[in-house]
Write a protein that binds this ligand. Structure first.
Ligand code: GLY
Length: 565
């Protein structure tokens, strides 16, 4: 009955031009719109982005507004003190991407997180000022606006300043998240911060300091953040708290336009992020390893599908840990890594009769890990341009270091480097020399903002947070639509699993998989971990339907919301 009611609503949405929002714990059909859509982690951010599109702005204008609005409405991961990646596809088919990932400060050293015995110092790369990489988000926003935007920047930033002044209502999930991380804030910050208060659901948090920072950024542009008063306050603040980011680091920061990774899978063309993200390469590896298997015949989340996907993931993550890092500093054999004959060789040893132990797949005896608490948004504008943006502070509330004068959290992205090759990071990923710390180098990421074409036309834009599980969540969502005929929301809702080579286990969402299936996987030699990941990713995506309308998939696992018209 409820399903039927939602379908009617969705159908009605096709014909009404007013703004529509559907939010339910897990609807089977997402919001459907005719012209444009924004799907992000918070309704406030999706609304600001959608309003920009309504006023005639394009997807790039909406990106700038949504990114900044998430810094206000979703301080858990939305940011101006972190970084990210955007992949785009213009209506004319032109594609591109920009890297506004953080980078290591000039004073960074390879062993900066090790003690005199060469052991990793606990929490040094995750908590507090030493964990902070040079932030890239403001550079990304302004470079995107300068090259691809169409609206005056005032019209983009002012609504976000207004939101910061007016305040944002605390959701149930947000109240829980603040409570969970609250014990860490006084550990890192010398003085009380706004998030020390016992915020409850439906309280309103106002962000006047962030509003002031944004006002200055609006007035003086990106140089305010990297060379102006904000830069001076920020560098001084980080150093006073024991960090090493200097005014020179900020002044030298540049976002970088990069050629995306592209590959085909059946009749799809996938466009995803190149290094320093591992997302595009790993997604390409896994999908090309899977292409020969009839997954549609195996069925969704069946024994054979899970086996094939797991084995492809295992092999790709083994390569990831050894080969991948910042391509501006190391040589990555990208072409070879995604070549069909290389990948069919990688799968040669796989049999449905038993699991391949990760110890026999290795490329070196090392693993890699990253953080979970990233965020993703997808936007399509009325002109048919599309973007996928994944952005992060790394951990939840980043390093937990909050600059009260400027009104934002600083990232702990330095933990995405391998502090000590062979040692797992906060996500259990193990890294190699390729991802060791060097001044000005970008740390390896798993962020996988992805756009999919079908028959040369825009088909999907999607991505997710989830650290090392980002790549496999994006993969499963694409497969859910393409192989298993799901709509966008259904594909987002579907239970997910994850394998990352090391640890040698399949992580699954709790109570979402059939007990018999789990038993069979165990019999075949797979170790199943149902405890460590109550949530695997929070995918936000948009699917172009056959009648050219859009279906949003906003992940019910968070406060994610699709808004459009
Ligand atoms: N910090 C998470 C990632 O970049 O993958």
């Amino acid at each position: 009955m409820i399903k039927h009611f939602l379908s009617v609503i969705a159908l009605l949405c096709l014909f009404v031009s007013c703004e529509k929002t559907i939010k339910d714990s897990s609807p089977i059909k997402g919001l459907i719109t005719k012209n444009a859509m924004v799907v992000s982690a918070r309704a406030e951010a999706s609304k600001i982005g959608s309003n920009i599109l309504k006023k005639g702005g394009n997807v790039f204008d909406a990106m700038c507004a949504t990114q900044l609005a998430l810094a206000v409405a979703y301080p858990f991961a939305g940011n101006i003190g972190g970084g990210g990646f955007m992949v785009y596809r213009k209506a004319n088919g032109e594609i591109g991407s920009i890297d506004f990932r953080e980078k290591a400060p000039l004073a960074a050293t390879k062993d900066m997180y090790l003690d005199e015995n060469g052991e990793v110092i606990p929490e040094k790369s995750t908590l507090g000022a030493m964990a902070v990489g040079v932030p890239g988000s403001i550079a990304g926003i302004f470079d995107i606006h300068e090259k691809l935007g169409s609206m005056p920047i005032e019209d983009i930033i002012q609504p976000v300043i207004d939101l910061a002044n007016k305040g944002v209502i605390v959701t149930k999930k947000q109240a829980r998240a603040i409570r969970e991380y609250q014990p860490l804030f006084p550990k890192v910050n010398k003085y009380p911060i706004i998030f020390d208060k016992r915020w409850k659901e439906n309280d309103t948090i106002k962000y006047p300091a962030l509003a002031k920072t944004l006002e200055r950024i609006l007035k003086f542009g990106k140089h305010e953040f990297y060379k102006g008063e904000t830069a001076k306050i920020l560098a001084k603040f980080i150093q006073e708290n024991g960090g090493i980011v200097t005014e020179e680091d900020l002044a030298k920061y540049e976002a970088i336009w990069r050629t995306p990774i592209t590959f085909t899978y059946d009749d799809l063309k996938i466009i995803s992020m190149a290094p320093p993200s591992s997302g595009g390469i790993c997604l390409a590896q896994i999908m090309k390893m899977l292409e020969p298997f009839p997954l549609d015949e195996f069925g969704h989340n069946t024994l054979k599908s899970i086996q094939a996907i797991t084995e492809a993931e295992r092999r790709s993550y083994a390569d990831r840990s050894f080969y991948l890092g910042d391509s501006d500093f190391i040589k990555i054999p990208v072409e070879t890594l995604i070549k069909e004959n290389y990948l069919s060789g990688r799968m040669a040893g796989f049999s449905f009769d038993q699991a391949t132990p990760s110890s026999s797949v290795s490329h070196g005896n090392i693993q890699i890990i990253e953080s979970n608490e990233t965020t993703h948004y997808s936007i399509i504008d009325p002109f048919g341009n599309a973007i996928a943006v994944t952005t992060t502070l790394n951990g939840a509330y980043g390093s937990k270091l909050y600059c009260s004068e400027l009104g934002f959290f600083l990232n702990n992205e330095m933990d995405d480097f391998s502090s000590k090759p062979g040692e797992p990071n906060m996500f259990g990923l193990i890294g190699a020399e390729a991802n060791s710390i060097t001044p000005e180098k970008r740390m390896l990421s798993s962020m996988t903002p992805t756009i999919v074409e079908k028959n040369n036309k825009l088909y999907m834009t999607l991505g997710t947070p989830g650290g090392s599980t980002i790549i496999t969540s994006v993969l499963q969502t694409i497969l859910n639509v393409h192989e298993f005929n799901m709509g966008m929301q259904e594909a987002v809702n579907a239970p997910r699993f994850h394998h990352q080579w090391l640890p040698d286990e399949i992580r699954i969402e709790p109570n979402a998989f059939n007990k018999n299936l789990i038993k069979k996987l165990k019999t075949l030699g797979y170790s199943i971990n149902e405890k460590d990941s109550p949530i695997l990713g929070k995918v936000d995506g948009i699917l172009v339907l056959e009648d050219n309308s859009y279906e949003g998939g906003a992940d019910y696992r968070g406060d994610d919301t699709a808004i459009g018209f």
